[in-house]
Design a protein around this ligand. Structure first.
Ligand SMILES: O=C1O[C@H](COP(=O)(O)O)[C@@H](O)[C@H](O)[C@H]1O
Length: 264
């Protein structure tokens, strides 16, 4: 593994020689944060995304993690969801349930899935309301700089267009500063209706992991990691936790366009 830690920011880039190595490092990192959060706060508030990320965390249902992780202390959220039924193949909830959550002893009431019986707008409002209750009880911490929830970990994937969660390039949802959870009706990637955390929530997390593999995403990875913030157009580039830490988990293909000093 090649590892580069930026001395001037809270950003780390981990580049792996194989998907298996990446998955092992990622689940070790998640298990480590879970242990630390449970020790410090008694809970682990984690937000998942959909897409290829879920196959990368499947090892959590294997030994030793299935036994060593304190699953009962996990509170599980979704950084984004598609407005489809929970049993639909496009559902991010279904993906995580089938790939991980049904295979580990998480407490069902600690899985905060997004309501699939109402409009995307209503579901976003409801989800924010639920989050506000959990911030009040400190099941989810609160940011020191804003009133935003401070997740122990937000796991994000990235599309080849640089989108994260359901925040797409040049979409008005990127400018949302007040709401914690918003909705869109015009996602360029199907399905069109989606619910998503906003950037203020993502950037208030204690830890954010961006997990990206494959050469089709190499250019977006380069732009997001190497271009200065003044040229910021990619959602992935806007992921900059204010007081938290950002770790990129990449395979060699996704890292192939990075400057040699990052990928050596
Ligand atoms: O639509 C989505 O896409 C992104 C990226 O997915 P990937 O399959 O290219 O890794 C995902 O992170 C997001 O949660 C999902 O809704």
């Amino acid at each position: 593994m090649a590892n580069s830690v930026s001395p001037t920011s809270n950003k780390e880039v981990r580049i792996h020689d194989s998907l298996d190595e990446l998955a092992t490092d990622l689940v070790d990192y998640i298990a480590g944060l879970s242990e630390m959060s449970v020790k410090e706060r008694g809970f682990f508030a984690i937000a998942l995304s959909g897409g290829s990320l879920i196959s990368m965390i499947g090892k959590l249902c294997e030994a030793p993690y299935n036994k060593t992780v304190d699953w009962a202390k996990w509170h599980i959220f979704w950084a984004d969801e598609r407005a489809v039924a929970k049993n639909h193949s496009d559902s991010n909830y279904k993906l995580a349930k089938d790939g991980l959550l049904s295979k580990v002893p998480v407490i069902p009431s600690h899985m905060y899935s997004i309501n699939d019986n109402v409009s995307a707008e209503k579901a976003a409002k409801e989800y924010e309301f639920i989050l506000r209750q959990l911030v009040k009880t400190r099941t989810v911490s609160v940011s020191e700089c804003s009133d935003c929830p401070k997740f122990d970990l937000i796991l994000l994937g990235m599309g080849h267009d640089g989108h994260v969660a359901s925040l797409f390039p040049l979409h008005a949802a990127l400018n949302e500063k007040e709401e914690w959870v918003t909705f869109i009706y015009d996602s360029p990637k199907p399905p069109p209706e989606r619910i998503t955390f906003t950037l203020p929530v993502i950037n208030s997390a204690s830890n954010v992991a961006l997990v990206v593999t494959g050469s089709a995403k190499a250019e977006a990875v380069r732009l997001a990691i190497e271009e200065s913030s003044s040229n910021c157009t990619l959602p992935a580039q806007m992921v900059r936790p204010t007081n938290g830490k950002l770790v990129w988990f990449l395979d060699r293909s996704a890292a192939s366009k990075l400057d040699a000093s990052q990928s050596a």
